[in-house]
Every structure is written in structure tokens, then in C-alpha cells.
Design a protein around this ligand. Structure first.
Ligand SMILES: [Zn+2]
Length: 453
């Protein structure tokens, strides 16, 4: 029974925060033990001209063991002004190296409710790491947040681990007439004097790195209404380019819904910043592109498909550990090839052959099922991850392969996932064991022979 298989693999997975669980070895400084956050309420004020952020964060959590001390991730660039836990001041706290360590006056029992309120302010700046600068970043006029993998603490206190998924309420007040966009559905917009408050509600569970705020001189345009509203948030000067570069956004959505199952969120937005960006960025129910991706030439169509695919693979289904990054990037890359195939471009087979050739002449010193933190965003993880799916598709045949993708997104909707979850589910669709396929493509360094079946 398929359902049984899925459930048993979930039971084997320790809850993050449980004492038997560990912190991700790829990001050992991030994430925290002893509690689980179910909701963040962020009430923020941001001054564009001075890059000043002030906020009150309310974390609604539950303890998973008796708790006398616990930690929260928060950038050292932000200064904490006040903390309460269940309405009381803690005995003491320290804040250094992007970590807030809180000691309670009285222990909290296991399984108890915990409400942490943190008032803080400062000049947010990105968190520097081996993947460059991530998190809150000032634009020429405005701000953006691009946190993958560990930038969330640059702008709010959080349990910064991808398997720590929670609901969010985000209220952001900034200078009029700037537009402020955050994850979720816009619930209200209020202008008072020279400031506007935007209130968003994100009810589907979200990993902290996918939480975002985008502020700029933008206008909003609706690109489509089915199956969900699709919005573009764009600087007025780029509106004409938008019509050319994002002309196929709606068809892309239709094709991916057909191939992957229902789009997982109530809306989808693309934000185009007035500045150039090196690469586009995924956030929950939103993708962020630079002005350079919207130059009227259509060159970024592949990237537009890639980012949309992350809404299923990465955002609804989110890795439990960064070592399984191919579950995000391999799938998003394969979605580029699928879009190409479905929109009259080169077939997935042609793309697979092309990139197989490139991989064959690249160093084979990576295991894509566990590439190591330094190489987790290496292009070989993307391309070989996509080729792994292509090999699987050839083994299963199109009908079963796409049925599997739809069952994957349905069974694990809004969940945390591992490679074993996917390979376990895929096994159901094959009369023969698939172990050799996974072993050669995911666990070994040499490139396996090109898949022919
Ligand atoms: Zn990606």
C-alpha cells in the first residue's frame, strides 16, 4: 500500500528540536533544539533612506522537552531591546555570533506552549558565508530579502532550519509610496501620514529561508487568474519588457499544474527589482528576478520556469537536510527541460544529452546525494540531479513517471522530505528494484552511462 510506505518513512524521521535529532552538519550554527515554532508574527517598520529596521517578533512554539535554556538565530547586526517568554522576562540572555541564548527564570515543562516576544532594531545587513551574502539587502531604492540557505536571521529572530516550517503573519510599515511585498495573501493596506502598512498572511507552512520582504517603487500587474492569481510586481520602467519576457508565465503555470499536480499556494507573484541580480531567487509563493532578467529579449525564460517549479519542489516539499538539495535543484532544472519540451523547444532528451556531454567533461569529484556544503549549489548538482530524473523517467515510462511526480507533491504537500522518501515512493512504480539507479546517479562520483531503455 502506497500510503503505508509513506507513513512508515515519516515515523522514522526524528522531529527537529527533539533531543534525539541533530543540527544539519552543512549548517551547524543554524537551527535550535528543544522547541518547535508553529507561527511567526512579525510587525516591522522599515525606513528606506537609512536602512533602519525595527520590529517585534512573536514566536508561537511548543517545547519538546523540559526547557530551562534555549537559543534563537538572530543576526548580531540587530540589537535586542526586550524579550519576554510567556509574558515574563527571562533570567538572562546573551546575543553574539548571530545567536540569542535565553535562560529562563523557571523551567518550562515538555509539551508546553511557549510564546516568545522579541523587540529589536538596527541596520540589517546580509549574513556573509561560503555562499556569498544572503538575507536582507539594500537596493538602490528599496530592499530585498534572498535568504537561501541561512539569511533569515538577518531580519528576524527564527529557528533557522529548513525543516522548521511554520505559518507567518507579516506586517510591514514603510514610507509611501514604496510598495512592500511579503509572502502570503495581502490582508490589508493602510496609509497614515507618509507611511503605509502592508499586512500579509502566509498560512501554509514555510521554511524560514523562504520568508521574504521586497520593497521598491513598484506597480502591480495581474498576469493571469487561473488556476490561481498570478501577479507581477515591477518598476514602471520595465512594464513593457515584462509583457515580452513573462508572456508565457501563465502557460508555464498550466503546464506545470498538469505535470506536477495542483499549484500549492493561493497566489503566485514574480517581483522584478529595479537593480540587476546575479541570479533569480525563490521565495514561498514568489520568485524574485533582477532588471537584467526582464530586458525584453526573452533570454530568461528557462529561469522563469526554474523558479516557478520551486513552488512544488523546494517550497511546498522542503528538504529536511541540505544534503538532499538535489530534491530542489535537480527537480527545478528538470522542469526547465520539461517546459522546453512542452513549449516547442528542444526535448528533455535533447537537453539531457547536451548536459550529459558537459558533465562527462567536467570533474567527477561530487556525490550529488551528499555534495557537501561547499558544493551544494554547484551546477553539477543541478544538471546531474535533472539527469537522475531523466534516467528514472526512461526506466518508468512517461505515465508512471508523471504519476509518481504528482503523488510525490500530493503525499508530501507542505512537508519536510528526504531522498529516501522519494526513492521509497518511486519504488512503488517499478517492478524491478531501482537501487542501482539511485546508487549510480546519487551516491557515486563517476558519471553512469547515458540512460537508454
Ligand atoms: Zn533553483
Amino acid at each position: 500500500m502506497p500510503g503505508k510506505l509513506v507513513r512508515s518513512s515519516r515515523i522514522g524521521q526524528a522531529l527537529l528540536g527533539d533531543p534525539s535529532d541533530g543540527i544539519d552538519p552543512y549548517l551547524p550554527a543554524n537551527g535550535n533544539l528543544g522547541y518547535r515554532v508553529s507561527r511567526y508574527d512579525l510587525t516591522l517598520e522599515y525606513k528606506v533612506s537609512t536602512n533602519r529596521l525595527a520590529g517585534v517578533a512573536t514566536l508561537t512554539a511548543a517545547t519538546v522537552r523540559t526547557l530551562g535554556r534555549f537559543s534563537i538565530d538572530l543576526s548580531s547586526s540587530l540589537k535586542v531591546e526586550r524579550i519576554t517568554v510567556n509574558g515574563k522576562r527571562p533570567a538572562r540572555y546573551t546575543h553574539r555570533n548571530h545567536k540569542l541564548n535565553i535562560t529562563l527564570a523557571t523551567d518550562l515543562p515538555a509539551g508546553g506552549g511557549m510564546t516568545v516576544v522579541i523587540k529589536y532594531a538596527g541596520n540589517p545587513k546580509p549574513i556573509r558565508g561560503q555562499w556569498g551574502d544572503v538575507g536582507w539587502e539594500e537596493l538602490t531604492e528599496g530592499a530585498l530579502v534572498a535568504s537561501q540557505p541561512n539569511g533569515a536571521a538577518s531580519w528576524f529572530p527564527c529557528d533557522d532550519h529548513p525543516s522548521s516550517k511554520a505559518a507567518y503573519g507579516i506586517s510591514i510599515t514603510t514610507d509611501s509610496p514604496f510598495m512592500a511585498v511579503a509572502n502570503g495573501v495581502l490582508k490589508s493596506k493602510r496609509t497614515k501620514a507618509a507611511q503605509t502598512t502592508w499586512v500579509y498572511e502566509q498560512i501554509e507552512p514555510m521554511a524560514s529561508y523562504l520568508a521574504t520582504i521586497q520593497i521598491g517603487s513598484y506597480t502591480r500587474k495581474t498576469l493571469g487568474t487561473k488556476p490561481v492569481p498570478i501577479h507581477a510586481v515591477v518598476p514602471p520602467r520595465l512594464r513593457r519588457n515584462l509583457d515580452l519576457d513573462f508572456a508565457k508565465q501563465r502557460q508555464m503555470m498550466e503546464v506545470f499544474v498538469e505535470l506536477f499536480g495542483p499549484y500549492p499556494f493561493p497566489e503566485y507573484s514574480v517581483v522584478i527589482t529595479d537593480d540587476d541580480l546575479e541570479i533569480p531567487i525563490e521565495a514561498q509563493a514568489m520568485s524574485i528576478f533582477g532588471a537584467n532578467h526582464c530586458d525584453g529579449t526573452g533570454w530568461s525564460e528557462r529561469l522563469i520556469a526554474h523558479e516557478l517549479a520551486h513552488q512544488w519542489f523546494g517550497n511546498s516539499l522542503t528538504l529536511s537536510r541540505w544534503k538532499d538539495i538535489w530534491l530542489h535543484e535537480g527537480f527545478a532544472c528538470y522542469s526547465e527541460w520539461l517546459w522546453s519540451e512542452r513549449s516547442g523547444g528542444p526535448s528533455a532528451e535533447a537537453q539531457a544529452r547536451k548536459y550529459y556531454g558537459r558533465l562527462a567533461s567536467s570533474p567527477m569529484d561530487l556525490v550529488i546525494g551528499d555534495p557537501g556544503p561547499k558544493y551544494m549549489f554547484d551546477d553539477r548538482v543541478y544538471k546531474r540531479g535533472a539527469l537522475t530524473l531523466h534516467a528514472l523517467r526512461k526506466r518508468l515510462g512517461d505515465n508512471d513517471f508523471f504519476d509518481l511526480l504528482r503523488e510525490w507533491t500530493r503525499e508530501y504537500r507542505y512537508s519536510s522530505v528526504t531522498s529516501a522518501d522519494f526513492t521509497g515512493l518511486a519504488g512503488k512504480y517499478s517492478p524491478q528494484p531501482l537501487n542501482d539507479l539511485w546508487h549510480h546517479w546519487l551516491d557515486e562520483k563517476p558519471l553512469p552511462p547515458y540512460p537508454v531503455f
